[in-house]
Design a protein around this ligand. Sequence first.
Ligand code: FMN
Length: 407
Amino acid sequence: MQNSLSGKHIVLCVCGGIAAYKSVELLRLFQKAGADVKVVMTGNAEHFVGSMTFEAISGHPVFKGMYGGAPDAEMRHIAWADEADAVVIAPATANIIGKLANGIADDAMTTFMLAVTAPKIICPSMNTHMYENRAVQRNIDTLEGDGFVIVDPGEGELACGAVGAGRLPEPGYIFDRVVSIFFSKDFKGKKVLVTAGPTREAIDPVRFVSNPSSGKMGYAIAKAAADRGAEVILISGPTNLKTPYGVSRNDVVSAGEMADAVFDQVDAADIIIKVAAVSDYTPSSKAEHKIKKGEGGISIKMERTVDILAELGRRKKHQILVGFAAETQNLKDNALDKLNRKNLDIIAGNLVGDPSSGFNSDTNKINLFLKDGSIEELPEMDKDAAAHVLLDRIASRIMETQSKNNN
Ligand SMILES: Cc1cc2nc3c(=O)[nH]c(=O)nc-3n(C[C@H](O)[C@H](O)[C@H](O)COP(=O)(O)O)c2cc1C
């Protein structure tokens, strides 16, 4: 997230809805990512959050009236629209949605919106019955047809007590949707298969063998690929993570289930990135009932699981195949051995054990070993940034292969 909006001008429009308080956090997220943020408010929004809050945090005056005020206020609807790289309306009331769908310009926000040519992201938020009202739905469809990006509201218990659709999504989710519009879509037309998380190998109905993989690296790669236009299938072991926007997720539990799910998709995939920490061994048999404790110890006989990556390497045709190697020692030797033995194009290796790298941390320090023999040591960076660097290297490899095929 760090600096992902550096140099960008974002205009945040706040309407008179109960979720207006969440816009303050959204403003902070944009700023933390390096954006310069200006705020436009409707007159009614001031009943919910004072403009002084937005002025103090954004460092700019709030644009809320067409006439009077600061000497430049009269032309702000044009100047701010020209400068904007993206405009976000959050929360968007039924009222503003209706006005924008019909080209009405009777206040600062609606007049400003007509002058905006940058991407417009609109986050409807209201009572469920209001949201489901046919006029509101018709207006949302109109805005979508006019090129607005609609961020669908979440479902759940609303402030008015109703339960259903209409809740403003969390600021972090809206932030991600806004950031994604700035990525180049260099993976458009590509199908990317990503595996993530741990597997669980059952010993009995209440116990299993697993590992501490959080799935964060794989989810970051799936999100980055979707942001860059790919069709992404994420095959995930058990994690607590949310499915990134635009990613289609298939949940599995054991190594065997993961193997089946991956082999089902392999032929259709252009790029396969295997990040999951798949168990190499599984109990030879699973007890039907909970094993009761006795006096002595017990031994559990384990057998090998399918080596998914090696099998993918054997089946590989046109696909780019990327593996991960989490090692506790001899990273280079182990990673290079895996790269060659399993017929991979790239292997991303990291030493686990350091809190800034590997399982469950938000950052990673990975080395990339490429098929052409080159090795790239990446500095410690957050997993989102590491995911994009990996995708950059994959994109270069696709370009190289294409130019070889053309010659
Ligand atoms: C307490 C309260 C909460 C409201 N919450 C919402 C809301 O979440 N969404 C919405 O569309 N309208 C909501 N309204 C109604 C709007 O404030 C009203 O339609 C207003 O005209 C919107 O003005 P604006 O779009 O110019 O900001 C609420 C009204 C009140 C009094």
